[in-house]
Design a protein around this ligand. Structure first.
Ligand code: R5P
Length: 321
């Protein structure tokens, strides 16, 4: 997926600001867009409260705020809410939130009595804070888009991964959904790659415990690509890889957009010996965490989307290129 670089934007209309969650991504995005990052004070008081202040006028401007959810999602969110409100109260024309990793996305429904729908609450809080538009990458489920009453561009990273795999020239790869919930996402990727599809049946006896029971599809002797949205503790991947190898898979790649890598993830991925674990830089990740880790950049995609938003062109068309 290659995008044409365009001219520097008029600072009178578009301002890009970044929260403190992912400085490297902010720098790459500004570079792609050929703009300077807007000046903003972001700090924390000794009591733990956050403070933000725009150091330049945003009156009448299209303000783009980049923030992502890292291993401290609550801190990232509060800072983002404050940035949105400060922009709104300072007469920004529109506040566009770029939130590649949308936190709480897996809590998108009531699965057991007396639970909240946390993803819906986060969407409401963003609106309440002043967001007019959000751009998110690989939402865990489609229904989250409906939690917003403002426009939400839900991007996917499929083309980024497809470009990478096309260069590997694998023979007869099979894309594997790690669970039934991820089957639609994996199917789209399989179609993009021109590969076969297999689906695993996952069970969670408790939070953060994953067990794969069944694999539906022909994977014996094949190169498998487990395609997921998030790697959190890597329990799903580990269990998935074991299930595939027990059923005769030749080798296994792991692919996911968001590298949360919490708990035992690094230990598990180091010991699992996937042929490669491929993620994006939607969350800051050290490329040397374990052997076989590949991190693909999302800044070119985000920049292209922002260019389309500013010029009033279709964002869907980006995926048709
Ligand atoms: C679950 O529905 C998600 O799509 C991922 O499969 C899950 O969040 C991965 O979590 P973990 O790495 O902790 O198994």
């Amino acid at each position: 997926m290659e995008f044409a670089a365009e001219n520097r934007y008029n600072r009178n209309t578009m301002h890009l600001f970044a929260g403190s969650s992912h400085p490297a991504l902010a720098k790459s995005l500004a570079k792609e867009l050929k703009v300077d990052l807007g000046k903003i004070i972001l700090k924390k008081f000794s009591c733990g409260e956050h403070y933000v202040k725009f150091q330049e006028s945003v009156r009448g401007k299209e303000v783009f705020i980049l923030q992502t959810a890292t291993k401290t999602p609550n801190e990232d969110l509060i800072e983002l809410f404050l940035m949105c409100q400060a922009a709104k109260l300072s007469f920004a024309k529109s506040v566009h939130v770029i939130l590649p990793h949308f936190p709480y996305s897996r809590q998108d429904r009531v699965t057991e009595p007396r639970e909240p729908i946390s993803a819906k609450l986060i969407a409401h809080l963003l609106e309440e804070a002043g967001a007019d538009h959000v751009i998110v990458l690989e939402l865990h489920s489609d229904q989250i888009q409906g939690f917003f009453s403002i426009p939400a561009d839900a991007l996917d990273a499929r083309m980024i991964f497809a470009d990478y795999f096309k260069k590997l020239n694998l023979k007869d790869p099979v894309v594997v959904a790690p669970d039934v919930g991820g089957a639609k996402r994996a199917k789209k990727f399989a179609v993009t790659l021109g590969a076969e599809l297999a689906i695993m049946h996952k069970n969670r006896s408790q939070h953060q415990e994953a067990e794969i029971f069944e694999v539906v599809g022909d994977i014996a002797g094949k190169t498998c690509i487990i395609f997921d949205d998030i790697i959190d503790t890597a329990g799903t991947l580990l269990s998935g890889k074991n299930a595939l190898m027990e059923r005769g898979a030749k080798e296994v790649f792991a692919v996911a957009t968001h590298a949360v890598f919490s708990g035992k993830a690094v230990e598990r991925l180091t010991e699992a010996h996937f042929r490669e674990v491929i993620v994006t830089d939607s969350i800051p990740t050290n490329p040397k965490l374990f052997p076989g880790l590949t991190i693909l950049p999302i800044a070119p995609l985000l920049a292209e989307v922002i260019r389309h938003v500013i010029s009033g062109q279709s964002v869907t068309d980006i995926y048709k290129k």
